[in-house]
Design a protein around this ligand. Structure first.
Ligand code: GLP
Length: 247
């Protein structure tokens, strides 16, 4: 595992954008796994700037997002489809027909999950997967206790995740308590993984995930078993790791 320490969140964003830009330049028809949340926003902003400068094009890129809330229409401003359009897709030359977000409105969510994994496989698999990390160690919406062998599946969100994410909804009650998420096996199938983390709330869990025991109780710890993971984290997120002299 390669850990890149940055001073600030801005620097984390530009280093991560640089890694994705290199991937796109080397393989213009890359299949990218994309993430939502507060952590990747600036990184997407940097990618938009690189696109506007003519350095990269997304015209042949295919993307798969990690997850979506169940019951939120794509037009809802807290849906992850809306987030992706707003944060990235509306500002670049990607073909929206080549962008995938799990359908949280599907009638049969288990079948939708299986079909999503099939689509990823049919696209040739994910070349580079972006991840954030939840304060409880989740990646995508794979909460503690998730089976390492899981494919894309519906989940009940934990009280910790609901508490953190409900702040983005007009009223906390509006936040769905279930989601459709790529599973841990779906994520581990990516050829390369880039995990970004920023801020003090991630310091404890980042240390546990990267240096603690590999256990379903800390879903992100599975990444220790992946052959090509790059972690980019700012000083605040690396506080515990630095205090324990792990780097
Ligand atoms: C969310 C998402 C994850 C994300 C994580 C951290 O709920 N489902 O994909 O990585 O939680 O989010 P943030 O970057 O806002 O801290």
């Amino acid at each position: 595992m390669n850990i890149i320490a940055t001073k600030t969140k801005d620097e984390m964003a530009s280093v991560a954008a640089g890694i994705f830009a290199t991937q796109i330049a080397e393989k213009p028809d890359s299949v990218l796994g994309l993430a939502t949340g507060e952590t990747p926003r600036e990184m997407y902003g940097e990618l938009i700037k690189l696109y506007e400068a003519g350095a990269i094009s997304f015209k042949d890129i295919v993307s798969f997002n990690l997850d979506e809330y169940i019951g939120l229409a794509p037009e809802h401003d807290q849906s992850y489809r809306y987030y992706m359009n707003d944060a990235l897709f509306n500002h670049i030359d990607i073909d929206k027909a080549h962008t995938h977000v799990p359908d949280g409105m599907a009638d049969d969510l288990e079948a939708e999950g299986r079909a999503y994994d099939d689509q990823i496989r049919d696209a040739g698999g994910i070349d580079m997967q972006l991840l954030g990390i939840g304060v409880n160690g989740h990646i995508a919406f794979n909460e503690p206790g998730t089976d390492f062998a899981s494919g894309t599946h519906p989940v009940d969100l934990t009280p910790s995740t609901i508490a953190v994410n409900s702040q983005y909804f007009a009223t906390p009650q509006e936040m769905p308590t279930t989601a459709l998420t790529m599973g841990l096996a779906s994520i581990m199938g990516a050829k390369k993984i880039v995990l970004i983390a920023s801020g003090p709330s991630k310091a404890e869990i980042l240390d546990e995930a990267l240096f603690g025991p590999v256990t379903p109780e800390v879903p992100a710890s599975i990444l220790q078993q992946h052959p090509d993971v790059t972690v980019i984290a700012d000083e605040e997120a690396l506080r515990v790791i630095h205090e324990k002299d792990r780097l």
